[in-house]
Design a binder for this molecule. Structure first.
Ligand code: HEM
Length: 177
């Protein structure tokens, strides 16, 4: 497996980094467009039903669009981890730190892994909440549907935008290092 990853990285390094970056652009950019453009526009509608229905549908489209890119970020990250050799540059065969700066970069990699994990769980939680809201909209319970949808726009999407932005910043540090 490691050999395959080394070969992939050696032959397609630029493409792999490109896929990683474009996935981040689509995931984080998609959330910003949804939260601060589409959502604002939908709020102009008069009918509460239409508002909830449009919000739920737009979120569904966003979640479907970003799903493959969440996976691509992880796959390309794994290839880069092995390809760039963050672990072997930081830690020797005896398990001791052999280079402080490389260890610093390796810790940033762990931080990015944590951010990806939190963002993905947050994403999955939003998918479940939206599905629940859609069922409530279909059954005509608009009050409960609003309660289910509101935290997505108020907290959950903004949290993922902030975490994704931090992940991009950490990516820049790794790239420069
Ligand atoms: C799964 C955990 C992740 C790992 C292990 C990881 C690892 C890396 C590495 C090693 C680089 C440097 C590539 C280079 O040297 O050219 C990088 C760059 C980058 N990462 Fe990640 N990443 C992860 C998740 C994410 C997430 C969740 C985002 C944003 C949503 C993201 C956005 C970026 C961006 C935009 C760059 C390019 C920075 C630049 O070119 O200056 N990464 N990442």
């Amino acid at each position: 497996m490691k050999e395959l990853i080394y070969t992939l990285f050696a032959n397609y390094k630029d493409e792999i980094i490109f896929l990683h970056v474009i996935s981040a652009v689509i995931w984080v950019g998609g959330m910003i467009a949804m939260r601060y453009a589409a959502h604002q526009s939908i709020q102009q509608l008069q009918s509460p039903f239409e508002k909830l229905q449009r919000t739920s549908y737009a979120l569904k489209r966003l979640f479907v669009i970003v799903a493959p890119f969440i996976i691509i970020i992880l796959l390309t990250a794994i290839i880069m981890l092995v390809g760039f050799g963050f672990h072997s540059a930081a830690i020797g065969a005896d398990g001791n730190v052999i280079n402080r700066y490389a260890m610093h970069l390796y810790n940033i990699v762990h931080l990015k892994e944590s951010l990806w994990t939190i963002m993905t769980f947050n994403y999955l939680y939003m998918v479940v909440k939206r599905n629940k809201a859609q069922k409530l909209i279909n059954s005509g319970d608009l009050v409960a549907a609003k309660v289910a949808l509101s935290p997505i726009g108020q907290y959950l999407v903004p949290i993922n935008i902030a975490l994704g932005t931090l992940a991009i910043y950490l990516g820049v540090i790794l790239q420069a290092g």
